[in-house]
Design a binder for this molecule. Structure first.
Ligand SMILES: [Fe+2]
Length: 185
């Protein structure tokens, strides 16, 4: 796991430009396409700048390590959500970092509470679910709901699952610089 600390917006842009063309684990889109599509879905639902940025950066942790793209298929959890949270927490408020930290747990939450959600998961997502702990217990569900931004994490998760379309057009990364600046501390 990386101990990289991000201290300004240009470092984020640079890292996406350097590493964003890597494959988004087992799907037909790159990390950058996936990030842009997730952010676009957030913006379409009139989210705050903080939540659009959380959507854009929810998988930022994948850019911070050198594990192979198919790490989950190999049985390795890269803990990308906590890597992203710790690297971004000096630049962004909890409204950004908490949904990012919780987006993996949000999948477990949805799998435990929404039967139809299970049937929509991609194969890669089912594989990683087991690695991430499978369904939540009652205690885990309560713990999840004790976080201030748990509802944003659920919304983010739903956009995350939809943002895997290789043909979809989105704004370019630079379009989100303004959101990143507005959401930063
Ligand atoms: Fe994602």
């Amino acid at each position: 796991m990386s101990r990289w600390t991000i201290s300004n917006v240009s470092e984020i842009i640079e890292l996406f430009k350097k590493r964003g063309d890597s494959e988004y684990g087992g799907e037909d889109v790159t990390q950058l396409q996936h990030a842009l599509q997730t952010a676009q879905l957030a913006e379409k639902e009139n989210s705050t700048a903080e939540l659009v940025v959380a959507a854009l950066l929810h998988d930022f942790g994948h850019l911070l390590h050198d594990l192979p793209d198919d790490a989950p298929d190999l049985g390795v959890d890269d803990f990308h959500e906590t890597a992203a949270e710790s690297s971004l927490s000096s630049l962004f408020p909890l409204a950004v970092t908490e949904p990012i930290k919780l987006h993996v747990q949000a999948k477990r939450f949805l799998c435990s509470t929404d039967r139809s959600y299970n049937s929509k998961l991609s194969e890669a997502s089912i594989t990683s679910l087991e690695l991430q702990g499978g369904r939540m217990s009652v205690e885990e569900l309560m713990e999840f709901k004790s976080h201030t931004h748990w509802r944003d994490a659920i919304r983010l998760r739903i956009w995350d699952d939809l943002a895997k379309d290789p043909e979809l057009e989105t704004p370019l990364l630079d379009y989100y610089i303004d959101f990143l600046e507005r959401a930063s501390l």
